[in-house]
Design a protein around this ligand. Sequence first.
Ligand SMILES: Nc1ncnc2c1ncn2[C@@H]1O[C@H](COP(=O)(O)OP(=O)(O)OP(=O)(O)O)[C@@H](O)[C@H]1O
Length: 244
Amino acid sequence: MVAYGDRLVLLGASVAVEKGEAVAVLGANGSGKSTLIRAALGLVPLARGEAALFGVPLKKFRDWKRVGYVPQRLGAGSGVPATVREVVASGRLARRGWAPFTRAADRAAVSTALDAVGLADRANDRADTLSGGQQQRVLIARALAGEPDLLVLDEPTAGVDASSQQAFAGALGDFVHNGGTVLLVAHELGPLAPLVNRAVVVHLGRIVHDGPVPEPAGHHADPDHDHVHPHAPEETPSLFGGSA
Ligand SMILES: Nc1ncnc2c1ncn2[C@@H]1O[C@H](COP(=O)(O)OP(=O)(O)OP(=O)(O)O)[C@@H](O)[C@H]1O
């Protein structure tokens, strides 16, 4: 359960994501999708319930380099004139530990991430001169550069042009193909549809569907819809598991 002040926005929500899954959280505006993934990462407190990452309760979880998080959108004009490469390189910080300078492995991971999102040719440009869709790809590259096992993305394709969406879908497909796990919030899956193998639909703070990706007709968001699929019994610790 999650409340903002005295307003409940997530109740009775229980989700477990297994290794190798690509799970989309779908639902209408304000239904609680972002709140669900932010609660999963401990970014908003749970009023009741529990969350765990890689089988470790959130309160004890320390291995944040295993998690890449891409928030909804780049903060509007921070004024910091960082280049695309610098922003992406910041995704290596959790991996670097106390190493005082960038190692070859860091540089290689940054280059690979820039290639993956198709922005290698913009590496030395100021990030704030890129389009919204390109900036979204910079954030995704930053998360990829950290070589996480679990990638959590909040509406990664919102406001992103078609070619950026395709580039992003390709990068995410490679990530999943290489054994990565994805939990993402989306309004519409678009080019991401082929790589998503499970959908969790949130409506008014409750999970009303958990299973195959529903048809885009939107009827799952209907309050009368009770197409709820129970989870299969868990055999291994979930990468993310929680109920709130
Ligand atoms: N920090 C906050 N403080 C107060 N209320 C909040 C906060 N964040 C979200 N809310 C409210 O909680 C509800 C759920 O918001 P949330 O962002 O989880 O929805 P969402 O499904 O992700 O929506 P969208 O698709 O529009 O991003 C909304 O009514 C929203 O106004």
